[in-house]
Design a protein around this ligand. Structure first.
Ligand code: HEC
Ligand code: HEC
Length: 199
């Protein structure tokens, strides 16, 4: 009796599992957000995004994604890319000296600052002011220095600032930024608050 009972439980269980498995076939396409085969991507193509933004000067700035986020590029970048270290079309309008006359937001002070600490690692030891420091936590506050030129580490504007296309996000983003002041929805003040919570 007991044996039979166990056997039928197993039989029902196996049936249930196979029915479930037949119902829920997981295909490579169903795992993909783009609904393409993720095992073989040779036929996957990027979506046809339309970057049909107005020319610089005719666009309206976009609210910052969060306080001190890199602003999105609201205008067309046709003919402005690629940016190289020697040839950067963005500078013609966004360098502070030129920006006002063309109505562009000037490149902020943070981009004319070197935030890298004046410390270095030599032979596996952290060197500060020429002396080895035993504890790496002694050097966590980075010194920064103002530069006369744009920091070359920032030359590639489109590494952080990106043009916008009218496409539907694959995953809905429910993030809602909170700004400490309405002014910061269209302006940054990073250089003023960079030490907040450190000093
Ligand atoms: C011909 C001048 C011109 C050029 C070249 C140009 N911009 Fe602009 N940019 C503007 C103007 C003017 C605005 C303000 C919006 C408008 O009027 O279109 C602006 C706005 C922006 C903004 C938004 C600023 C904010 O406060 O929200 C970003 C970011 C930006 N540009 C980045 C770039 C990058 C990166 C490049 C190079 C790929 C570039 N721009 C090239 C004129 C220019
Ligand atoms: C490493 C990322 C990074 C790179 C590269 C970079 N930016 Fe930014 N940019 C930011 C961030 C973050 C902010 C907002 C915080 C701040 O002001 O630093 C910003 C702010 C700005 C603003 C808005 C200033 C304001 O007063 O609101 C402009 C304009 C701008 N960047 C232009 C440029 C241009 C032009 C280049 C290329 C020469 C560039 N950026 C390169 C990250 C970057």
């Amino acid at each position: 009796m007991i044996k039979k009972g166990i056997l039928s439980v197993i039989a029902i269980g196996t049936l249930a599992i196979s029915a479930y498995a037949a119902d829920k076939v997981i295909t490579p396409e169903s795992l993909s957000l783009r609904k393409t085969n993720i095992v073989d991507e040779s036929k996957a193509a990027p979506i046809d995004a339309k970057y049909n933004a107005p020319a610089p000067g005719a666009a309206k700035t976009i609210e910052r994604s969060y306080e001190n986020a890199p602003p999105l590029i609201p205008h067309s970048v046709d003919g402005l890319l690629p940016i190289t270290i020697k040839n950067n079309a963005c500078l013609g309008c966004h360098m502070p000296a030129a920006a006002k006359s063309v109505g562009a937001t000037p490149i902020p002070e943070s981009h004319f600052t070197d935030f890298r600490p004046t410390t270095a690692v030599k032979d596996g030891k952290v060197i500060k002011d020429g002396r080895a420091v035993a504890n790496a936590t002694d050097v966590t506050i980075a010194k920064f220095k103002k530069l006369k030129k744009l920091n070359p580490a920032r030359y590639n504007c489109s590494q952080c600032h990106v043009p916008q296309a009218n496409v539907k996000p694959l995953v809905k983003n429910n993030f809602k930024p909170i700004f400490s002041s309405d002014k910061l929805k269209h302006k940054s003040d990073l250089i003023k608050v960079i030490d907040q919570g450190v000093k």
